[in-house]
Design a protein around this ligand. Sequence first.
Ligand SMILES: Cc1ncc(COP(=O)(O)O)c(C=O)c1O
Length: 381
Amino acid sequence: MYNGPYYRYDLQLLERTIKVAQEAAQQSGTILHYAIKANHEEPILRKIKSGGMNVDCVSAGEIKAALENGWNANQIVFAGSGKTIREISYALEQNIFVIHCESVEEYHLIQELKQHITTSTKVALRLNPDLRVDTHENISTGEKHHKFGVSPQEALELVQLDGSICGFHVHVGSQILDMTYFVSLSKKIRDFIDALPSNYSFDYLNLGGGLGIDYEQPERNPIPNFEGWINAIRTHLPTSLIEVIRLEPGRSIVGQCGTLIGEVQYMKHLETSMPLAILDIGMTELMRPALYGARHKISAHHEAFNFASYRISGPSCESSDSFGSDYLLPILKRGDLVTVHSTGAYGSSMRLNYNLKETIPSRFINRPLETCFKARNRKVA
Ligand SMILES: Cc1ncc(COP(=O)(O)O)c(C=O)c1O
């Protein structure tokens, strides 16, 4: 019985994913901090916490959510290019583990605030390594022109000024599937470390998140390649050189365990395009397609002998509220149910209030989607 759209989470898959990620990490001196921005639904956070992961935050709100969900302050790191005085003060007062400082001005502000707040929080520099990676421009973050981090030159000057800087953080982008970019990242960081002054030593290195997931065939690859990622990171940064490296996976932990269930509201047969199915879900529940043209697998819940290619849209008052075209699906009609796959990351955490659309519920279920619906989908490239 369909009572309106909902996010559906497979907690069993989440648990397996955390286990695989943690096993890969433990084999090579790696500590994982879950990037809470990817999904902050409480049952998800509880699983991640009980799976032994630390946490990575980018706002005071996320730090508060982490603390409320049982993480100790010393398991929390905090990045963000536009941290406010209130946010930095809150982080210092809570004695979180490390603040990732993203600019020279922010460094001086933190020093000023530290004169008034007694804290155990350490400061690391987020480095901008000027590395181009193969992902969408809007989720690429490690090139010179991006707003994130300090340049290697600025970092060298700051560590000469302040030997208490505990180390470095980098995050070059998200949804990266080609492991050679992580090899290049490890080389860049190795070169940077080699150029550090000999009287400066550090004990903190965090290379961010970024591991991609398979949006095209989520059922074939439900668990991302954590081992490949960590091995690539370790290529030029072996444990003999850096005993512990921290990573901040978000999408790769929660992306595949989430789906979004909706219903076809109307069919339109337009002169100028393939038939259009308008759903009761769209950019307000999943912003990624409208925000950067991201493509998600979509399947219908009914079986059919005949298939057609569809354009699929959401209901919001924006033409960009579209999942895209060329979805080959069983013949659709009003009232058919559909699943949008791989929505566990940057789905519910990015939901919009636009048009005052009602917030849809989340259901947390301990079994895969296929056992509930006979989903079927073929997609035209
Ligand atoms: C600083 C930082 N760390 C980690 C992540 C998580 O990245 P991903 O979800 O690609 O693993 C992000 C995402 O944008 C980020 O900005």
